[in-house]
Design a protein. Structure first.
Length: 202
């Protein structure tokens, strides 16, 4: 009987500890970096830059909406990085995810908007995918870019992609090179901190 009561109290104590940990973690925003290359750890220089900020920076991220899986992963990594930027800067770095032209029905107006963004350095990508069910191909416009704006300065465009493509191993004599999309996107994720910190520091 005593053992049964002890087991009961043990479970109550364990539940209480679990609830306390979950509740406490809601007040702490920090990514735990388990990668060998510390890909998700901010550098000391970036941390100092964010903590010393005294001006609000607005970041508009256009990589959102209906995305292929590799771009969804890059979009999520961007969101997590900017959340950490926001936390360390005491809300001086503010960001939003938006799709330019969404809701604009007039094609001429939409193309004018795209043209103005392209002039700022925003990149556009047409992605073609084939449905496994009906084998029909569809084209999606993806905008893997962000705009960083502060004060009265001209917005700074960031290409969220990696400029370097990584290819799978292949025989240079008999095979055609195939891009390792996942590795290329991982390389893009690793560069996000540098790109955003560099834009903020200008």
């Amino acid at each position: 009987m005593k053992q049964s009561a002890a087991n009961k109290y043990w479970w109550i104590a364990l539940t209480a500890v679990f609830v306390a940990v979950v509740y406490g973690s809601s007040f702490i925003h920090e990514r735990i970096d388990l990668t060998a290359e510390k890909r998700y750890s901010l550098s000391p220089a970036t941390t100092r830059l964010l903590k010393d900020m005294n001006e609000v920076v607005q970041v508009q991220v256009f990589l959102t909406g209906d995305l292929p899986s590799d771009y969804k992963k890059l979009s999520l990594a961007t969101k997590e990085l900017l959340e950490e930027f926001n936390s360390l800067s005491a809300n001086q770095v503010r960001f939003s995810f938006e799709k330019p032209g969404e809701g604009i029905r007039n094609d001429t107006v939409k193309m004018a908007l795209y043209d103005s963004l392209a002039r700022l350095g925003v990149v556009f990508e047409n992605n073609q995918s084939v449905s496994a069910r009906n084998e029909q191909s569809t084209n999606r416009l993806i905008i893997p870019s962000a705009l960083v704006t502060f004060g009265h300065h001209k917005p700074i465009a960031i290409d969220l992609r990696s400029s370097r493509r990584i290819y799978k191993q292949y025989n240079v004599i008999t095979d055609q090179p195939q891009e390792d999309v996942e590795a290329t996107r991982n390389a893009a994720e690793a560069l996000l901190e540098y790109k955003f910190a560099n834009a903020i520091d200008k």
